[in-house]
Design a protein around this ligand. Structure first.
Ligand SMILES: Nc1ncnc2c1ncn2[C@@H]1O[C@H](COP(=O)(O)OP(=O)(O)OP(=O)(O)O)[C@@H](O)[C@H]1O
Ligand SMILES: [Mg+2]
Length: 425
């Protein structure tokens, strides 16, 4: 503030000023324009290591480290030309020098006054050593803090990594465990199923034994009586009657064989031992053979009438399995019909499927029994006087499943039944 009103010397020498000057916590030094010290308060003397009243008369440069003195001359010149109150050394550290040559950091505010045309400058000096120490300490602790934070971060990171590793291991262990549990469950399930199968098979066997012992009795006693009768007829040379009994024996043996075959088939099906082997054949050749083969099982005056829509068409399936299916159905059709009632086999190819219908004009199936007809050992209520084990249709159903086909039937009690098989070709 160049237009600031200069202090009066009378004020400088006033008690008030002296009081402030003497007791100020800051060092106060007044210099003339050449830098000669005119006034120095006790704090400044003490600060710079001078004894009482010995600082006046020294040059201000004496209070600076030697390396800074040259620079300071330039600074004073500039201040003298354009004096203004200001703080020195903003943004950099100011160093002062004690009498003993030691240095210390300071903060300086400058002011000025004019007296008798003379520019007098005043410096208010604060020793900031302690603050610097504190600052350094603070910076150091800041640095330490940063370092510590860094270390902490590293530690956290490494702990996190270790934890992640542990979590991964745990997850893996969990997956392994789940897998093991699954394997065990599967093994248990397999064992349970095997046991169940064995139980079913045992049940089947014991049921078969009881059925077979009952079913075997009739053909066996027929065989026995026929053989003794043959002996009698032979003595009497009644050959016609002998032939009749030979046929009866044949029929009984066929019946026994059929029962045994059913049981063997069921055993194989249960154990999953039936392998499907498909081959290509024409309708006419396959069904003509069937017609020949079933002749012995038909009743007197019964005929198998075959109606093939396209006789020379070919189809592709497991001939052995299809033969067993048809044998079973034709033997039922014959068994549950009267003598002289024909059986019809209707064969057609529709949409890459073969549809085979086995029709009879027999006793039919009562409505109440329809839903059980494919159950193992099931026999309809109207067939108790006719021999049978109740295995045939169950085997048929399972064979059809193996060929990936379907089986259905329609029946009118007392009028006849039609079994319909659809197979992919
Ligand atoms: N074509 C049919 N007409 C009338 N009833 C039938 C016919 N086919 C099957 N059934 C009835 O269904 C039952 C089951 O037939 P399935 O062929 O399984 O056994 P089964 O003929 O009694 O004995 P198996 O064939 O084992 O010697 C038979 O007992 C019979 O009551
Ligand atoms: Mg049958």
């Amino acid at each position: 503030m160049p237009d600031k009103k200069p202090l009066e010397i009378s004020f400088v020498s006033s008690d008030t000023f002296r009081e402030i000057f003497q007791t100020s916590a800051e060092g106060i030094i007044m210099v003339d324009s050449t830098g000669k010290i005119l006034l120095a308060n006790p704090v400044s003397e003490k600060m710079f290591g001078y004894s009482k009243d010995t600082l006046v008369g020294h040059k201000l440069e004496d209070l600076l480290p030697e390396r800074l003195r040259g620079m300071h001359l330039g600074f004073r010149k500039q201040f003298n030309e354009q004096p203004s109150p200001r703080r020195m050394g903003i943004g950099r550290d100011l160093q002062a020098r004690r009498l003993d040559g030691s240095e210390f950091p300071v903060e300086i505010s400058l002011s000025y006054t004019r007296m008798n045309d003379q520019l007098l400058s005043m410096a208010f000096i604060t020793n900031i050593s302690q603050r610097k120490v504190a600052e350094v300490a603070l910076r150091k602790s800041e640095e330490q803090l940063i370092e510590y934070a860094g270390e902490l971060e590293k530690k956290v990171q490494s702990r996190t990594e270790a934890l992640n590793l542990l979590v991964n291991k745990l997850e893996q262990a969990n997956t392994d465990l789940q897998h093991e549990i699954m394997v065990r469950q599967q093994a248990e399930e397999g064992m349970r199923m095997a046991l169940e199968k064995e139980r079913e098979l045992n049940e089947l066997k014991s049921k078969f034994v009881s059925i077979a012992s009952h079913e075997f009795r009739t053909p066996l006693s027929a065989i026995l009586s026929s053989t003794s009768l043959i002996k009698q007829y032979r003595d009497r040379t009644e050959f016609e009657k002998i032939d009749k009994h030979i046929d009866r024996i044949k029929f009984s043996v066929q019946h026994l064989t059929a029962i045994l075959n059913d049981f063997l088939s069921l055993g194989k099906l249960e154990e999953g031992r039936i392998e499907i082997v498909k081959e290509s054949m024409t309708f006419v050749s396959f069904f003509n053979e069937i017609q020949e083969e079933v002749k012995p099982i038909l009743k007197e005056d019964q005929h198998l009438v075959i109606d093939i829509h396209e006789p020379n068409d070919t189809f592709f399936t497991d001939a052995k399995v299809l033969r067993s299916i048809l044998f079973n159905l034709i033997s039922n059709a014959s068994k549950y019909s009267e003598r002289g009632n024909n059986i019809t086999l209707d064969i057609q190819k529709v949409d890459e499927k073969i549809i085979i219908q086995v029709k009879d004009e027999g006793i039919g199936i009562p409505q109440a029994d329809v839903k059980h007809i494919f159950d193992r050992f099931f026999r309809a209520s109207n067939s108790s006087t006719i021999q049978g084990t109740g295995l045939g249709l169950n085997i048929v159903k399972r064979y059809v499943d193996l060929l990936e086909g379907t089986i259905t039937f329609t029946s009118d009690e007392g009028r006849g039944s039609t079994f319909i098989i659809t197979l992919p070709i």
